[in-house]
Design a protein around this ligand. Structure first.
Ligand SMILES: Nc1ncnc2c1ncn2[C@@H]1O[C@H](COP(=O)(O)OP(=O)(O)OP(=O)(O)O)[C@@H](O)[C@H]1O
Length: 514
């Protein structure tokens, strides 16, 4: 391995030479890799090869073992059995953040590994200090961050002196990905659900950059629950099921349905590919549960939103156009222009900041909101609580079970607990802020049905989603742009195409007024 440690330009750009698929050398090879946590067999014998110059897509259900495998391939954790070979050299016993054998293998985490109260430059320094000069390190780290963010995400809006905690979720994800790529020699870049928090433009820029990397001979391992995205970016797709790779195929010729079937889904058994039917009855007939009337201020301009009892109302449009402000106002109604009847539950979009009680178990996290509904005359009823928890764990296939600590759960399973917690409460109004990030396709399908079912019982749901296709499960959708409602769609009018068409058509009109 040659290292070019130049203070002025310490981090390697994609290497130049294009390599054909025929001479792709293995960069990292796993053979019969196992990993057990307590009673959980996270990896049960993985065989996988990642080759230079390719994008390998890795798919699998929540809890299939994807993140665990990545940590082992990146040398952050040692496997129990089996071998990991990096650049032709077996690494047995070497693991931990500083293991030299893994120096060219870098990983961007789905939850981000950044320290919130340090700046962007300081975070970059912490993770890449071995290739930064000791003198004026802060400046060098800041320059490197600025350059790499500019290459990867033009228009990112981050400055190297920004504190991580002040950045948006998308910006934190961008810094995380840039951080992972900043190394003196990059052999394998692992991206764990990189686009879950990114908008479509940032995702496109990232994949353009990834193509440059692979053209230069770097290997990229991409984990995602977005199967279409995997199929459009990856050269090869590996499917992980119950801790083992059960299929490894070229992406060309694979369809979305093929991948879902390989993942082990009873695709035909789930009514998921079709949106669940919206509840009957004209929205205008329903008693109003919550309402914003001409709300203005903190980014909103004359926004009126009405939520009927038993209605699922979608908030759509590009990210950050006022949808979160609407949820926030419904959650904490403080002004005259907002009226909310009944109790509320909230599923935050950012579980790192305000989602789970990490040191508590799944059962404790679930029951914390449901207790009030279960208790009689102020007394808790443990048997009923236990039964309620059990039914939610089963209903959402929360892998790990009720007694697992939240920190033991995979990212997607943590998210399921947060969603279940909201619906397990007695709240009349459930507010969802892009709630299904990181949740696998099949569980999402079950959750869509859950939402419809709860609405049919009379609950109201307000749902912001960055995935326009999800809005088809709503009764009515408000499309937002620059803090304004630019369209209200109902029933048949709601479709991905229509939402995009309205967002963009209206956005041009808006701009001419600005
Ligand atoms: N530190 C840990 N302690 C105990 N169990 C763990 C730990 N890390 C992972 N597990 C368990 O190992 C299994 C695999 O988890 P992993 O995070 O690798 O899944 P994943 O495929 O990445 O899921 P997701 O799509 O939800 O991110 C899960 O059952 C999880 O609960």
């Amino acid at each position: 391995m040659h290292v070019h440690n130049l203070p002025a330009e310490p981090f390697a750009a994609p290497r130049g030479a294009d390599r054909g698929s025929s001479d792709r050398q293995p960069v990292v090879v796993a053979r019969h890799v196992t990993k057990t946590y307590g009673r959980t067999r996270a990896l049960t014998g993985v065989d996988l090869e990642v080759r230079a110059g390719e994008v390998l897509g890795l798919v699998g259900h929540n809890g299939a073992g994807k993140s665990t495998l990545m940590r082992v391939l990146a040398g952050l954790e040692a496997c129990d059995e089996g071998t990991v070979t990096v650049g032709g050299r077996e690494t047995s016993g070497e693991a931990g953040p500083r293991a030299a054998a893994f120096r060219g293998v870098r990983m961007a985490y789905q939850e981000t590994s950044l320290c919130p109260d340090l700046t962007v430059a300081e975070n970059i320094w912490v993770s890449s200090r071995h290739c930064l000069p000791r003198l004026r390190w802060r400046r060098a780290a800041g320059d490197a961050a600025r350059r790499r963010l500019g290459e990867m995400f033009p228009g990112h809006g981050v400055t190297s002196g920004d504190r991580i905690e002040d950045l948006s979720l998308a910006q934190r994800q961008m810094v995380e990905i840039a951080r992972a790529s900043l190394v003196d020699r990059l052999d394998l870049l692992i991206l764990d659900e990189p686009t879950e928090s990114l908008g479509p433009d940032a995702a496109r820029s990232l994949y353009d950059y990834v193509r440059g990397l692979t053209a230069g001979g770097v290997a990229v391992l991409l984990i995602s629950h977005r199967i279409r995205e995997i199929l459009s970016v990856a050269d090869r797709v590996a499917v992980l099921r119950d801790g083992a790779v059960i299929a490894d195929r070229p992406a060309a010729g694979l369809g979305e349905h093929d991948v879902l079937t390989l993942m082990g889904a009873q695709v035909a058994d789930r009514a998921g590919s079709e949106p669940a039917a919206a509840a009957a009855g004209e929205p205008a007939d329903r008693p109003v549960m919550a309402e914003l009337r001409g709300a203005t201020g903190s980014g909103l301009h004359d926004v009126s939103v009405r939520v009927g009892a038993g209605e699922v109302v979608g908030l759509a449009g590009l990210a950050g156009q006022g949808q979160q402000e609407v949820l926030e106002r419904l959650w904490r109604p403080a002004r005259r222009d907002t009226r909310v009847h009944g109790s509320r539950a909230y599923v935050p979009g950012d579980r790192q900041r305000s989602g789970v009680l990490p040191l508590w178990t799944v059962a404790e996290n679930l029951i914390v909101t449901a207790m009030r509904g279960i208790a009689r005359h102020g007394l808790r009823r443990p048997a009923e609580e236990r039964a309620a928890v059990g039914s939610w764990v089963e209903r959402l296939s929360i892998r790990g079970g009720p007694d697992a600590a939240m920190t033991e759960l995979s990212g997607g399973n943590q998210q399921k607990v947060i969603v279940a917690r909201a619906f397990a409460s007695t709240a009349d109004l459930v507010l969802l802020d892009d709630p299904f990030r990181g949740v696998d396709v099949h569980t999402k399908t079950d959750l869509y049905q859950l939402i419809r079912h709860e609405a049919a019982q009379g609950r109201s749901v307000v749902w912001y989603s960055s995935e326009n296709a999800e809005m088809a499960h709503c009764d009515r959708v408000y499309v937002f742009r620059a803090g304004r409602v630019v369209a209200e769609l109902a029933g048949e009018e709601i479709s991905e195409e229509q939402i995009i068409a309205v967002s963009f058509a209206e956005s041009d009109g808006e701009q001419s007024h600005e």
